[in-house]
Design a binder for this molecule. Structure first.
Ligand code: ATP
Ligand code: MG
Length: 179
């Protein structure tokens, strides 16, 4: 029963109402991780919503409506104190700012899961075999946008964890302090 769901799968212990934001380029394994790690109802996936709008998960013309549906679902889940995982690249700071503002409005804890350890070359290899292709220039651009854990903390995430290439979760290593 859904009301009996009290925590995530082993490895991540999320407080009720936690907003988890996956952050990372296409093909790093965000959706694979989320599907394995969390109950299905927690996950709001922008690609799936694009598919619901346009029968095509890659159709960027469906993004505005898909994002509106995402926000509607997110608000309701946050209001109810349910755990929610936003499965999109979330590489643009203003996208993360809007998600954080929603969590702050409902006074919910926030977690960023940063996928920053899969190389561009590995993503290009995966892109060649996955049916849904990402244009190569977009993939390269996405890798220039990967934030540091420190930047995510500065944006206001309560907690930042990194997800390694083998999908294990780690406390984000503190960045070197500039001297
Ligand atoms: P997008 O942002 O485009 O939705 P994504 O980050 O959600 O991408 P996935 O769809 O989860 O990425 O995975 C991309 C490809 O990489 C898939 O073919 C998947 O099987 C493979 N993959 C996912 N995780 C791993 C892993 N830990 N090791 C090796 N391959 C993986
Ligand atoms: Mg995905």
């Amino acid at each position: 029963m859904l009301s009996e769901v009290t925590g995530s799968r082993p490895g991540l212990d999320l407080a009720p109402g936690t907003l988890t934001v996956l952050v990372g380029p296409s093909l790093v394994g965000k959706s694979t991780f989320a599907v394995r790690q969390f109950p299905p109802t927690w996950r709001i996936c922008l690609d799936v919503l694009r598919g619901a709008v346009a029968d095509d998960e890659a159709d960027q013309s469906a993004t505005t409506v898909a994002a509106a549906v995402q926000d509607l679902l997110l608000d309701e889940r946050l209001a109810r104190g349910l755990r929610t995982v936003i499965d999109s690249t979330a590489l643009l700071p203003h996208v993360r700012t809007k998600l954080l503002a929603r969590a702050r409005y409902y006074r919910r804890p926030t977690l960023a899961l940063l996928f920053n350890q899969v190389s561009l070359e590995e993503c290009q290899r995966r892109n060649a075999i996955r049916p849904r292709k990402v244009p190569p220039d977009i993939l390269r651009w996405q890798h220039t946008l990967i934030p540091t854990a420190q930047e995510l903390r500065a944006e206001g995430f309560d907690q930042v964890l990194t997800v390694a290439a083998d999908a294990t979760v780690h406390a984000a290593a503190p960045e070197a302090v500039a001297r």
